[in-house]
Design a protein around this ligand. Sequence first.
Ligand code: NDP
Ligand code: 8X3
Length: 253
Amino acid sequence: MQKTVLITGATSGIGLACAGKFAENGHRLIITGRRKQRLEETKQQLTEKFGIPVLTLNFDIRNQQAVQEAIENIPDNWQNIDILINNAGLAAGLDPVQTGIIDDWERMIDTNVKGLLYISRAVLPGMIERKKGHVINIGSIAGKEVYPNGNVYCASKHAVDAITKGIRIDTVKYGIKVTQIAPGAVETEFSVVRFKGDQEKADSVYKGFEPLHPENIAEVAYYTSTLPDNVNINDLVIMPTAQASATILHKEL
Ligand code: NDP
Ligand code: 8X3
């Protein structure tokens, strides 16, 4: 059965790979992000390649009013969202708390925590009304462990871990599935964003081992959506084989 899948942060990395995976399997997509041109290019590519309908929504997830308006104004035939993939997120900086940059903290908390809440708040009532739906939150190993200088990013992902459990508890009586996927190192634009455009520093994160690829996460996200109605995967921690914990990586440099 064709499902309607809303993916936040589909202009890059894991979100973009999820869009490809769900499109390949014939589902119709609502893709969101701030970079409008990338959304339009992805829409064109996926529509041409897989013949599926794609709706683009261009908003900053930190803006509650923009999130609410975007969801309210979705055309009627797109309103029945079956799967919400809460993927949009970022790390900004890697500094000790005592010298941390306040604006970095605000961006991480506003995006990873408040943005995820805003979109969930806007989409969940429809799922509850239909007594059907699946929320897939992209957490992180940073939501399971705290690593040096990861402080606020780790806190934001621990919040995703808690919110995932909270949504599951609050919606269990409506038959909603709620899954968290918590990856280790995935090579995306994540580190370029974290290091504010320093490509060399970003590349060094993934040197000497094979990191996860965004498609690996998309594959698993898709799998969690294919299970029978009575089966929900609560939580998955997925690491590169060369990574044992947030800070233990086997690198051959
Ligand atoms: P990317 O930087 O490649 O992608 C991030 C996506 O989030 C982009 O599509 C971006 O879209 C979107 N986004 C960021 N800020 C906003 C915003 N304010 N409003 C709307 N969309 C936004 O990184 P990843 O694919 O790696 O990251 C995806 C998720 O995976 C994040 O939640 C991240 O924390 C998590 N994660 C990543 C890991 C990794 O190692 N890469 C490991 C574990 C978890 P745009 O800029 O167009 O708005
Ligand atoms: C992204 C992976 O190790 O930087 O969530 O926390 S890590």
